[in-house]
Design a binder for this molecule. Structure first.
Ligand code: SF4
Ligand code: SF4
Length: 284
C-alpha cells in the first residue's frame, strides 16, 4: 500500500503526521521524503543513512557539424529546452525534462545523450522503518525528475515484499505534489482549520480529487480558526480521519525534532485510528 501525505501549503504539519504515522505503523513500512526541495522528515525520524548516490537526468548534447537545421527537435520540445534561431541550434539544459524525444526524432544523429545532475538520493533506516529521501541540487529548478528517481528506487526495493510506503509529499497542488500523489493508493490531506488553511486545502482537494483515490483529512491544530474545513468536508463527503489538537506539548515536540506520539503519548490512539481508517479506505 502506498500512502501520500499531502497538504495544500507548507507548515501545516504534513511531515509531523508522516513521521508519527510511520512510527506507529504496525507492519513493515518505508517512510519516503519526496519534498526534495526542502526535505525535513529525517529531522524527526533521525535515520542512519546507509547509502547516498547522485541522481541524473538525461539531456541532449548537440553536435553542430551533424545538424542540418531541420527544426524537428525544436518543434517537438514542449518545454522550449531546444530551439533553432535561424540556422543556430540552442539548448537550454536547465529547462530539459529528459524525455529523450528530441534525440529520437533527430534524423541525422546530431543529438546524443548527456546528463545533468539533479541532486542526491539517500536511504537508510530509523529503527524498523526503512527511510528514503531525495535532496535537490542547489540551483536545480525541477523537482519531479528527482522525485521520480526516488520513487523508482523505493518501488523497485519493495515490489516483492509487503512493506507499505508512506510518501511525505511536497506542499502545494502543482506538479511536484501531483507527482507524489499520482502513484498513491490513498491520500491523507493535512490542513489547519483557518481561513488560509481552508483556501489551500480546497485547491489541493480539487487538484488531487481528479485521481479519484480514497482521501481523508487530518485536521492539525484542531480547535483554532473556524469550521470552514469541516463544513466543506461534510458537503463533499470527505472523511475527517484524525484531529490533532492545538497543544503546547506538540509544538515543543515539533521544535525539538521529536515524533509527536513519543512526546505526547495521548496522541497514539489518534494515529492508531488514522492507520485503521487508511487501511479500511484502501481495502474497501
Ligand atoms: S529531452 Fe525532451 S525536454 Fe529535453 S530538450 Fe529534448 S525534447 Fe525537450
Ligand atoms: S532534429 Fe537534429 S538535425 Fe534537426 S535541428 Fe534538431 S539537432 Fe539539428
Amino acid at each position: 500500500m502506498i500512502i501520500a501525505v499531502a497538504s495544500g501549503k507548507g507548515g501545516t504539519g504534513k511531515t509531523t503526521v508522516t513521521a508519527a504515522l510511520a512510527a506507529n505503523w504496525k507492519t513493515p513500512v518505508a517512510a519516503v521524503d519526496l519534498d526534495v526541495e526542502e526535505p525535513n522528515l529525517h529531522l524527526f525520524l533521525h535515520p542512519s543513512i546507509t547509502g547516498t548516490e547522485k541522481g541524473y537526468i538525461e539531456i541532449p548534447e548537440a553536435d553542430e557539424r551533424m545538424c542540418t537545421s531541420c527544426g524537428a527537435c525544436a518543434e517537438l520540445c514542449q518545454f522550449k529546452a531546444i530551439a533553432l534561431i535561424g540556422d543556430t541550434l540552442l539548448t537550454f539544459p536547465e529547462m530539459c525534462h529528459g524525455c529523450g524525444g528530441c534525440i529520437a526524432v533527430c534524423p541525422t544523429g546530431a543529438l546524443t545523450e548527456s546528463s545533468r545532475e539533479l541532486g542526491e538520493l539517500c536511504h537508510g533506516t530509523s529503527g524498523d522503518i526503512a527511510f528514503h529521501m531525495g535532496r535537490l541540487r542547489i540551483g536545480e529548478a525541477m523537482c519531479p525528475p528527482l522525485m521520480k528517481l526516488v520513487k523508482n528506487e523505493v518501488f523497485s526495493s519493495y515490489e516483492n515484499d509487503s512493506r507499505d510506503v508512506i510518501l511525505d509529499s511536497p506542499p502545494g497542488a502543482s506538479c511536484p505534489a501531483i507527482c507524489a500523489v499520482a502513484d498513491a493508493d490513498c491520500v491523507v490531506l493535512v490542513t489547519e482549520p483557518t481561513p488560509f488553511g481552508f483556501y489551500d486545502f480546497k485547491i489541493a482537494y480539487e487538484a488531487f480529487s481528479v485521481f479519484n483515490k480514497p482521501t481523508g483529512v487530518v485536521v492539525n491544530k484542531a480547535g483554532i480558526g473556524d469550521m470552514q474545513v469541516y463544513a466543506f468536508c461534510e458537503e463533499h463527503n470527505i472523511p475527517i480521519w484524525a484531529e490533532i489538537p492545538y497543544d503546547r506539548g506538540i509544538a515543543e515536540a515539533y521544535s525539538m525534532g521529536s515524533v509527536i506520539t513519543e512526546a505526547v503519548p495521548s496522541l497514539k490512539p489518534v494515529f492508531e485510528e488514522l492507520t485503521r481508517s487508511i487501511q479500511e479506505s484502501v481495502h474497501a
